[in-house]
Design a protein around this ligand. Structure first.
Ligand SMILES: *Cc1c(COP(=O)(O)O)cnc(C)c1O
Length: 448
């Protein structure tokens, strides 16, 4: 076993972790993972942890899954990577066919990249360039939902500006139009009044600016990084209807919600929504390798056709686009989805969470518990009844997750929203244990 103190020192000297305040991280004896199996991670000190957020929303079938491992080894014996720029490879083509078959009707072509952020950037560039080619260059504006999160590159941050994460980069961003997202927790009224209100604001915006709008980007059903905010029923279908009415492309960012997390393969399915563009990433390879995809309709794809001299080509690509190892493991992951009925399992596990969350919702400092499928947010508050939030310097979310870690559960807070998102591979017993740890950590840290 590698030596913890030695690794920690090298972490301090050489490694800069993402989304991490290194000063505090290094002072807190960080977890250094050495191996994992199923939903259990083991660190270099031999301590075991339950993977409470699917290793940040990516893992699906558990770690070290024999089928996924085998698919990688098999592919490795043939070739690890060749370029998709002007040539192709076997698993990239086969995976594209599978994705087109699985995603909502009207998504016909697959453009690969390697992260959720790049999948979003590609979608916004395709939408923009499409209108140039379609003779409506005035459609150049992007419409997004308030508090959306679409990744950390400059283009995706322009779409999904988070005050907490991104405010200092504002001068680098291109402007987008924003409409309110239906946050029923903060709306004074019923869920359906909230949806109606937000749809009316969207309709009003499109009435004035619809003809200049290239596309509307939305996290369907659940705004993840905003704090697991759930859309009221009917809202997503309403958004699609308005996009159609004003000729605006609909771009679904299913990076978090895709691959079973909401209890369906894709969140759009819940309301029969058929977007023109869709971004997928996190769960695509079962959490093994960084492969992402932007799916588009044939109508968009066709606008880029022409001879070389026409200059209609989509000039975008990444060195590792369509990576064979990644596509092979994604294909193996989709096989496991079918063979083991993983989406039905995700839905059933979600129902179990719903029961197990009831006692947590009754704690005196839990203001709200939100869940769709496996995507769960537990919002802490000074007082459950008034929902008075904690001061940010109390860092309650961080403290609760720190205590959960001591008790053997890894997850991360979003502000004062403690997230729980077990992989569908978690057993009922694993899920119950995760809930029990969260219950104890919240009760202990937030007090009576
Ligand atoms: C995580 C996330 C992204 C960014 O994906 P990365 O792979 O981290 O770049 C984009 N959109 C949504 C909705 C996400 O949850």
């Amino acid at each position: 076993m590698p030596d913890y103190a030695d690794l920690l020192e090298k972490n301090r000297r050489y490694l800069w972790n993402p989304f991490t305040q290194m000063q505090e991280y290094l002072a807190e004896e960080p977890v250094i993972v050495e191996r994992a199996a199923g939903v259990r991670l083991t660190d270099v000190r031999g301590r075991e942890y339950l993977d409470g957020n699917s290793s940040l929303w990516v893992n699906v079938h558990g770690h070290n899954h024999p089928d996924l491992n085998r698919a990688l080894v098999d592919q490795l014996g043939r070739v690890a990577h060749t370029t998709l720029l002007g040539s192709a490879n076997v698993p990239a083509i086969e995976l594209a066919e599978r994705l087109v078959g699985l995603t909502p009707d009207g998504l016909d072509k697959v453009f690969y990249s390697d992260s959720g952020a790049t999948a979003v950037e590609i979608g916004l560039k395709i939408a923009f360039a499409y209108w140039q080619r379609a003779g409506e260059p005035q459609r150049s504006r992007f419409l997004t939902m308030r508090n959306a999160y679409h990744g950390d590159t400059i283009g995706s941050v322009s779409l999904g500006m988070s005050e907490a994460f991104h405010a200092e980069f504002r001068p680098l961003l291109f402007g987008c139009d924003q409409v309110p997202y239906p946050d029923t927790y903060r709306f004074d009224g019923t869920a359906s009044e909230c949806a109606e209100h937000c749809l009316a604001v969207l309709a009003g915006h499109l009435e004035h600016h619809g003809a200049e709008t290239a596309c509307l980007v939305v996290e369907p059903l659940v705004q993840g990084a905003a704090g697991m905010i759930m859309m009221p029923p009917g809202f997503l279908a309403g958004v699609e209807r308005l996009c159609r009415a004003y000729g605006v492309l609909l771009f679904a960012d299913e990076v978090a919600t895709g691959f079973g997390r909401t209890g369906r393969m894709f969140a759009c399915e819940h309301e029969g929504v058929q977007p023109d563009l869709m971004a997928v990433a996190k769960g695509l390879t079962g959490g093994y390798l960084p492969v992402a995809a932007t799916l588009t309709s044939d109508a968009l794809y066709d606008a880029f056709l022409g001879d070389l001299a026409s200059r209609r080509t989509f000039y975008h690509g990444h060195s590792y686009t369509g990576n064979q190892l990644g596509c092979a493991v994604a294909l193996a992951s989709l096989d496991v989805f079918e063979r083991e009925h993983v989406v039905a399992r995700a839905a059933a596990l979600g129902e179990r969470l719903s029961r197990g969350l009831q006692p947590i919702a009754l704690l005196p400092h839990v203001g709200d518990v939100r869940r769709r499928g496996l995507m769960t947010g537990i919002e802490l508050a000074q007082d459950a009844d008034t929902r008075q939030p904690y001061r940010t310097d109390q860092v309650m979310g961080v403290r609760v997750c720190r205590r959960a870690r001591e008790l053997g559960l890894l997850t991360r807070p979003l502000g004062d929203v403690v997230t729980l998102m077990p992989a569908p591979a978690a057993s009922d017993g694993d899920a119950d244990r995760m809930l029990a740890i969260l219950h104890e950590a919240i009760a202990e840290v937030t007090g009576p």
